[in-house]
Ligand binder design. Structure first.
Ligand code: CA
Length: 239
């Protein structure tokens, strides 16, 4: 008897190489994922509109609509804005990786990659994106985070954050004024079992700052030279 299990994490694999799709489907299904696939960017956007996946594996070089454009459009749509996206890039496309993270991707792996690494990273993304069990609200200065509704406002204005920025801001709000190194932020936001380049932190800090920059309000994140970052507005004339 075939039963439709609904508790499997649903991954959308967007890849135009047939062999790679077959390999990914085989391995991800074996690891307990429900796998959907799309072979170009337009199909990917149709798929996510039909059914919101839990996580997306997105090839960067795609025919018709690029991975970059898929990422950008998903981030713009309310129903897919918070779906974690892992991009696949070819070796040597360093520039594309940074562009991908700037566009709203949450992580990347470089082709050729090992399946265990990809699965570990997908599981880490899923853990991070699962709705926070904690309820209530965190506030600092004019920033408010509603944990149950997963909403952030600044001075009453909505702030739109990706999943990584949300977790990063939550960590800052839980520890206001404390200075954290990149390594400490990596451990707190990404988890201890995942390797992320320290400068990835800078990319997400930049995104968080940009998102919090509503209505000409001050940058609430202080860069501490040679030490890291802190949520701190205390040393400013915050009139
Ligand atoms: Ca490709």
């Amino acid at each position: 008897m075939v039963t439709e299990t609904t508790d499997k994490p649903r991954v959308l694999v967007v890849e135009d190489e047939a062999d790679l799709i077959t390999m990914l489907r085989y391995n991800l299904e074996r690891e307990g994922f429900a796998v959907d696939e799309a072979t170009d960017g337009d199909e990917a956007l149709r798929r996510v509109a039909e059914r919101t996946p839990d996580v997306v594996v997105l090839d960067w070089m795609l025919p018709v609509t690029s991975g970059l454009e898929v990422c950008r459009q998903m981030r713009r749509r309310e129903d897919t804005a918070e779906v974690p996206i892992l991009i696949l890039t070819a070796r040597g496309e360093e520039h594309d990786r940074v562009r991908g993270l700037n566009t709203g991707a949450d992580d990347y792996v470089v082709k050729p990659f090992s399946t265990p690494e990809l699965v570990a990273r997908l599981n880490a993304l899923l853990r991070r994106s699962q709705p926070a069990r904690d309820k209530g609200a965190l506030t600092y200065d004019d920033i408010e985070m509603d944990l149950s509704a997963h909403r952030v406002t600044r001075g009453g204005q909505p702030v739109h954050l990706g999943p990584t920025e949300f977790r990063m801001l939550r960590f800052f709000l839980q520890n206001p004024g404390c200075v954290f190194s990149r390594e400490e932020l990596l451990k707190a936001v990404w988890g201890p079992d995942i390797f992320v380049e320290p400068r990835t932190v800078d990319v997400h800090i930049r995104r968080l700052r940009k998102a919090l920059n509503v209505a000409d309000r001050r940058d609430p994140i202080r860069t501490v030279r040679a030490a890291g970052y802190a949520l701190d507005t205390s040393d400013t004339a915050y009139a």
